[in-house]
Design a protein around this ligand. Structure first.
Ligand SMILES: *Cc1c(COP(=O)(O)O)cnc(C)c1O
Ligand SMILES: [Zn+2]
Length: 373
């Protein structure tokens, strides 16, 4: 099966050889693919993300560890109920497994033997895990200060770890250079990753009896979950399976908010920011490559941005942990944003959000923050 890549900015098409990252015009690429999925098709299938296989542009020989169909649990904060999808329960500990499972399935279909990826953590863990499962060799580039829990996990999966001094952008550059001789399995550039994360939308819709919630509150670092969820609900609405695309509320940390600032100023591209330190390192992307797409998706959905302070992040981490949920500080930032939105929302509005990553990945950082509880 072949699918073409297309540039939403200039409309140019490319054949997918697993190697092209961007359009000649500089735009990021999407996949030209229209699902042939209907809700009745899931009857009798396993409860994992492959139950939506007609919505996924891959064949039947999939790279899987039974991922997906995470619980959608009501959790009450400040007297308001949020529906929180338990994305920390994935095999590698974050929702990135949705994207990695589909991307690695595709790359194995192409006959790829070796990939590189760069990540501040969880995407590297997910790609390393699914590369191991797929029998594909893997080099992961991480910033030098990446936590031991994540580097240990990446190396344990058999990937070759490269620690890069300097900024997050230096790490991305090192991976790009390495990708000249093999395939760059990028969670940010590859549209196949978004084909995986879109299963978040299919699951939420099915868990709500094939309806769409009014609102989604999701992180906006590079926007890999947000863009996937938007893509999924757009497909479901176009197919007439749900009535509308939910409004998307995108969460950034005050300390690094290039998209929230652009949204406030009605700009189409992320603004330049000098990111300062935040406990929510997973969403601290100063130069999100798909930033203009994130802005367009939030706008088209009728949504908006919220920014959360370090104090709010720690308070939400505390409240989640004291409620029994051990999640990453980055995930606590998303919950802080959802609580902020819920305070102003109409009573009875259905608000879906997520615990994006497991706390065990950030134990050392949480040990410091517990002192502030
Ligand atoms: C990757 C990640 C995010 C943010 O995702 P983006 O794609 O950068 O928007 C949030 N939480 C966790 C735990 C993550 O791993
Ligand atoms: Zn283009």
């Amino acid at each position: 099966m072949t699918y073409s890549l297309c540039c939403p900015r200039c409309g140019k098409d490319y054949e997918d050889d697993g190697r092209r990252l961007r359009c000649e015009c500089g735009g990021t690429l999407d996949l030209r693919f229209e699902p042939s999925f209907e809700p009745g098709m899931t009857v009798g299938r396993l409860y994992d993300l492959w139950r939506y296989r007609e919505a996924l542009p891959v064949g039947d020989d999939v790279v899987t560890m039974g991922e997906g169909w995470t619980p959608l649990l009501p959790v009450t904060f400040d007297g308001r109920q949020l529906l929180v999808k338990q994305e920390q329960l994935f095999p590698s500990g974050s929702y990135k497994d949705r994207g990695a499972a589909v991307l690695m399935t595709h790359l194995r279909e192409l006959g790829v033997k070796r990939v590189v990826e760069d990540s501040s953590g969880n995407a590297g863990c997910a790609v390393a895990a699914y590369a191991a499962r797929a029998g594909i060799a893997c080099d992961i580039y991480v910033p030098e200060d990446t936590s031991l829990a994540k580097t240990a996990q990446i190396e344990a999966y058999g990937a070759t770890l490269h620690r890069v001094p300097g900024t997050r952008e230096d790490t991305a550059r090192a991976a790009l250079e390495a990708a000249v001789t093999c395939v760059y399995a990028s969670h940010v550039y590859s549209p196949w990753f978004l084909q995986g994360t879109k299963t978040f939308a299919y699951e939420v819709a099915e868990q709500l009896g094939w309806t769409a919630p009014e609102t989604l509150v999701l992180p906006a670092g590079n926007g890999t979950l947000l863009l996937g969820a938007y893509l999924g609900f757009t497909e479901l609405a176009r197919a007439g399976i749900v009535s509308h695309v939910p409004r998307i509320i995108a969460v950034q940390a005050v300390a690094c908010a290039p998209l929230a600032a652009a949204f406030a100023d009605r700009l189409d591209e992320p603004v330049e920011v000098q990111g300062s330190h935040t406990a929510a390192e997973g969403i601290a992307s100063a130069t999100p490559a798909r930033g203009s797409q994130v802005l367009a998706a939030v706008r088209a959905s009728g949504g908006s941005f919220v920014t959360v302070s370090e104090q709010e992040i720690v308070a939400s981490l505390r409240d989640c942990c004291l409620g029994g949920w051990f999640i990453e500080p980055t995930s606590a930032a998303v919950i802080a944003g959802a609580r902020r939105f819920a305070r102003t929302a109409a009573l009875g509005e259905t608000i879906v959000t997520a615990f994006t990553g497991h706390g065990l990945k950030a134990a050392a950082k949480i040990a410091e923050l517990v002192e502030l509880f």
